[in-house]
Design a protein around this ligand. Structure first.
Ligand code: WTA
Length: 651
């Protein structure tokens, strides 16, 4: 048998390239590729220069202390994140610039200037103090996408409290577990939030959670939907009532660079969520510089990031990065298809958004809905597009480029994780030649490699393996809350001294990185390792396919067989002819080893609330097992339907 050191066979070839448009290049912050070499020569000096862009109450004494796997950045430095995101802009013309342009799902609007933000944040910081919240205390936040959410984050940062945001789509139990893990002292929530015209009963869920969260002393409730059935219990207060008498002035607490800024829970390979810990100085330096350079942020820009602040993308690229840069951000409460499937495009047009940052799953959904929705609107204000969250397949990339970007806007495909704090692998739009579905290169100052099972680097063009980060970076997680052992084990044990991302990746001969999805989403068919993502990408490349999820199904002979779940674009109908055609298509695009054994057509795929396809559940269905944990599903009805359809198709 042929022996290969290659960890994952990377077979999909994408040859199209898109050099940066001249006009974009000329005006971009970064337009000289020498920056990569310069930064690589002395990453600490590079990051120190970036740190100088922030306002420090006291300058750091040492840039980095690295005792693997423990990092400290900007040691001895004192700063405050809320000061950097707000107060420092008040000394300039930006004080009356829109910081947040917010649109609610029902179409209501609020604009907060930097001055407004200063007032609201300072007042709410005083509310927190009055409720007994002190520096270092944890505050749990369970809210819809309303302005009080970033206000709450920044108010915590102002007084040195640690926020732990729990996505508003999570259940009472998920909220309870996260509150208990962090031992949060205060909970901030709302009477409800809007979702497709319905009220999400946040307060009801919160009350359910609060039955088993002894650490919570008080709860603050924002009145968002005006639900008359929501009443306050003991130690519960309305936000607007507390704010009425709150003093206007609240001096920002000087925080040590390594003081904790926030905890954010994310799922790992086991059931228990991991409390990813981020600290103040390094995180803020990382998000501020990456936001400025990757999105080429100028004062005139209107930055629309469609993520929820319940996820890291919202933390880093709605709140901390953009506001530290004095940017105008668009924040939207609702979903892309309510009241109609053109909502994002209506927002882009209305506020003349110049930069749009969204996820591949959304892009594939838009493709499926068809061009007519974006075509209804004037999207000519856009100058740059971003993608994050999962590998984007070439067809979605091209669609995004053509239909949304009008073939004028570069696309930054940004790779990073909750743990990394900020983007690590990405194009720089003024210098990078883009290849659809490649995240390009490590950001200046970041060192990443692809290694084989033994930890040896795989040279460019030679294949695929594990993506690792080989030097510490400022925004890296410092530990997992209350679980330093798990931190060491999960990220630093497979290859000692280097950070394991858990993602598969290949580097082509030009040194460009191609993300291949999570390693645990890798199949082994007859001894060949195949990325689910590559097969999915090949399927979605077919004109009939909107979305595809590929799993490995146990197979007596091959070990695993490729099994695909496919949703079709409008105008196509499932048939056995089409299934055969798709199998052939995959074989043609990748090779016969990747040909799916079976293709199952379905109307919907099971997804988490952040849009990730839950392949684990599909594996359960395909292998006839009882369904595993379904609590993180966005729509639990999808999976039940899928299971019964699948079972009847098999019999
Ligand atoms: C995946 C989201 C390919 C990856 C910021 C990573 C991506 C996980 C990309 C982290 C990208 C994120 N291309 N894959 N551009 N961006 N991922 O913690 O598998 O929610 O490990 O952070 O998303 O997801 P998380």
């Amino acid at each position: 048998m042929e022996k290969s050191t290659q960890t994952i066979a990377a077979l999909l070839q994408e040859e199209r390239t898109f050099p940066p448009p001249k006009a974009f290049q000329q005006q971009a912050w970064v337009n000289d590729p020498k920056i990569y070499e310069q930064a690589a020569k002395n990453p600490e000096a590079f990051w120190a220069k970036a740190a100088e862009e922030l306002d420090w109450f006291k300058r750091w004494e040492k840039v980095l202390e690295w005792n693997p796997p423990w990092a400290k950045w900007f040691i001895g430095g004192k700063l405050n994140a809320s000061y950097n995101c707000i107060d420092r802009h008040l000394k300039t013309w930006r004080r009356n610039k829109a910081a947040i342009i917010w649109e609610g799902e029902p179409g209501d609007e609020r604009v907060l200037t930097y001055q407004d933000l200063h007032r609201e944040v300072s007042k709410f910081a005083n509310v927190l103090k009055k409720l007994g919240v002190k520096k270092g205390d944890r505050v749990a936040i369970y809210m819809p996408m309303i302005p009080e959410l970033p206000i709450a984050l920044l108010a915590c940062a102002r007084i040195g409290a640690v926020h732990s945001v729990v996505f508003g789509g999570f259940s009472a139990e998920a909220l309870r577990d996260r509150i208990n893990d962090a031992q949060a002292k205060l909970l901030i929530t709302a009477d409800g939030g809007w979702r497709r015209g319905q009220v999400v009963p946040l307060k009801k869920n919160a009350d359910e959670a609060l039955k088993q969260t002894p650490s919570i002393q008080n709860t603050v409730v924002v009145r968002r939907v005006g639900d008359p059935s929501v009443t306050l219990g003991q130690n519960q207060y309305w936000w607007h009532e507390l704010m009425r008498d709150a003093p206007l002035e609240c001096p920002p607490e000087p925080m040590d660079s390594e003081d904790m800024l926030f905890i954010l829970y994310t799922s790992g390979t086991t059931g228990k969520p991991k409390g990813v810990v981020h600290t103040t100085g390094g995180y803020l330096v990382g998000v501020t510089l990456t936001h400025k350079w990757i999105f080429d942020i100028k004062d005139e820009d209107v930055f629309f990031c469609t993520a929820d602040i319940g996820w890291v993308t919202g933390h880093s690229y709605i709140v901390y990065g953009p506001l530290a840069n004095g940017t105008t951000v668009v924040m939207f409460e609702g979903v892309p298809d309510y009241p109609d499937k053109d909502r994002f495009w209506a927002i882009v047009e209305k506020y003349r958004a110049t930069i749009l940052y969204t996820a591949p799953t959304a892009i594939r959904t838009f493709m499926r809905w068809g061009e007519e929705y974006p075509k209804r609107h004037d999207l000519s204000s856009l100058r740059l597009l971003g993608s994050v969250g999962e590998p984007i397949n070439p067809e979605a990339w091209i669609w995004y480029y053509k239909v949304i970007g009008g073939e004028r806007c570069p696309i930054v495909d940004t790779w990073w994780q909750t743990e990394t704090g900020h983007i690590l692998i990405t194009p720089l739009p003024g210098i990078s030649t883009l290849k659809p579905a490649s995240a390009n290169k490590p950001f200046p100052g970041i060192e990443a490699k692809v290694v084989d099972e033994a930890g040896n680097p795989i040279s460019p063009g030679a294949g695929a393996g594990y993506l690792v980060i080989t030097k510490p970076w400022p925004g890296m997680l410092r530990t997992l809350y209350n679980d330093p052992e798990r931190y060491k084990q999960a990220y630093w044990s497979k290859f000692p001294g280097v950070y394991l991302t858990g993602d598969g990746c290949k580097i082509d001969k030009d040194g460009d990185f191609w993300l291949l999805g999570r390693i645990d989403d890798v199949l082994n068919v007859s001894g060949h390792r195949i990325s689910t993502m590559e097969v999915e990408s090949a399927l979605v490349d077919h004109q009939a396919v909107a979305e595809a999820a590929v799993i490995g199904k146990s197979h007596d002979v091959k070990g695993q067989a490729v099994s695909a779940f496919v949703t079709l674009r409008a105008g196509y109908k499932p048939s056995s002819e089409l299934a055969d055609e798709l199998k052939k298509h995959v074989a043609k695009k990748i090779g016969a080893i990747a040909r799916p054994d079976d293709i199952f057509f379905t109307a919907e795929l099971p997804k988490t609330r952040s849009g990730k396809i839950m392949r684990r559940l599909l594996r359960d269905i395909a292998e006839g097992r009882a369904l595993g944990d379904t609590t993180t599903l966005a729509d639990p009805t999808v999976i039940a339907q899928l299971k019964s359809q699948y079972e009847s198709s098999e019999s």
